[in-house]
Write a protein that binds this ligand. Sequence first.
Ligand code: MRU
Length: 343
Amino acid sequence: MRVETLEWLADEEKVCLVAQTKLPGKLEYIVTDNYLVMCDAIRRLEVRGAPAIGCAGAYGVVIGALSIDDTDFKQFSAELRRIMDELRATRPTAVNLFWAIDRMEKVFNEQSDIKAAQQALIKEAVEIHREDAEMCRRIGKNGAALLSDGMTVLTHCNAGSLATGGMGTALAPIYTAQDQGKNIKVFADETRPLLQGARLTSWELQQNGVEVTLICDNMAAVVMRKGWIDAVIVGSDRIACNGDVANKIGTFTVALLAKQFGVPFYVAAPTSTVDTSLASGDLIPIEERADEEVAGFNGIRTAPDGISTYNPAFDVTPNELVAAIITEQGVHKPPFDFSYLTQ
Ligand code: MRU
């Protein structure tokens, strides 16, 4: 069973999101026509994962546009641009958010009438979502060619259907290989501090009948040393032109381990995750999140009061550790140069 992480409810003009912080205990949804609820959902990781954040941003623009009362186009336009900036400010690292909102703004710039603009924005958001699902499907097909029957893949964080508008990025090759009749097993890192691996990846794979073994992040070296891992596949939040890859904190450590044990380290992401304005990963903005996420989990404090913490949500894996980047366009091997995407 594949869960749709986002859905546009056309009749009600509302967005439906899986409330991901409730998983795996409860499968609940957030249904809203309020862009502030969407901003909050992105910030609190109710909707998360770079491609899904992009789709959520686009739908956020839609519900924002539908909620504006102004009848004067100039005032409508000023208010909508303010809403777009508010959505852009929710999370800094996943470039898909900015990519999708910029696309929405471009469509809006061609409009001169409120009703027509609202309709054009709905159409564009639905199209961004549809394209994302299609990109996932192609990533699955391209990535599955790297997997043979009987392989075991280690993944970090959640880059499955919960994180995208389709079947996922890092998990798409696994689902596709499974559909092709290959038996693929997965080791999922739990992914501290917010446990996307434990809560989301293991749940999602279990729902889809993929054999998954959950490990704590600090066990990855042991399972690689035992020779249990044939490949690592992770997603990404932003890829620089030279193939440096930002992804969930801990990904860099996994890449270093993969190098040590001769395991290929693959990144799967749509080309909407490539930031063609950045030559290297040094320039990728890294989100820092609240102290409590490190000092405890789910409201239960595990560290002493007053302790200092450091909580970067992402890290950057240098391109020399990446064996290939799987996009909807194909399997890109080093040396990477994504500057052609600007053309
Ligand atoms: O903080 P999150 O849960 O949004 O982080 C998600 C990740 O790091 C994913 O690996 C990445 O966005 C790719 S999702 C297809």
